[in-house]
Design a protein around this ligand. Sequence first.
Ligand code: DX5
Ligand code: ZN
Length: 215
Amino acid sequence: MTKVAPSLLSADFCNMEQGVRMMERAGADYLHCDIMDGVFVPNISFGFQMISRLNEITDIPLDVHLMIVQPERYIERFAQAGADFITVHAEATDHLQRVLKQIAQCGKKPGAVLNPATPLEMVKYVLDDVDMILLMSVNPGYGGQSFIPAIMQKVEDLRTMIDTTGKKIDIEVDGGVDMKNCTRLREAGATVLVAGSAVFGAEDPAQAVRVLRGE
Ligand code: DX5
Ligand code: ZN
């Protein structure tokens, strides 16, 4: 079944706990936490302390999306802070396979992320090392951007690539996911949908989560 991971980037940063409780009531499967360093992406969000506090106050698994250069420098600290999934950009490290191993060694679920223009070949030889591949459907940095239509085909192609290996790997899609494109995304093979504005901006977040999940 499709999982929904609301992005806390769209929450009110002065009322983060309220945002978390709202997502618990809405039935979110994971909490998507966007870590931005102002170098890999042109924005700065939050870091270890936020992950650590989130881990203390909720049982929802934390899906930590690292938009930072050389993520290998910080894997242990995010693991200790309480991340459940740690996803790293293929474009941000020279040694993707090594970082993915490092995440697994910390007992966390590793994922590789690709920016919209990055070809799927970048992850072809690390499929043994991931639980999840995250395809960006916007250029990372900000919430509220529009879905890049070409990514629909990329999801289909990745689904074919994964299925031919017989492995069970989630395909997560992040950026501009909404009520209009979620059905096609699920049909294309996405299994985890990240949604910031579509859930936090909804009048009824629980209903938004159900629609995204296809219920
Ligand atoms: C973008 C982030 C996303 C963002 C999604 O850089 O990685 O997780 O919060 O927000 P929406 O769903 O509003 O595009
Ligand atoms: Zn994200």
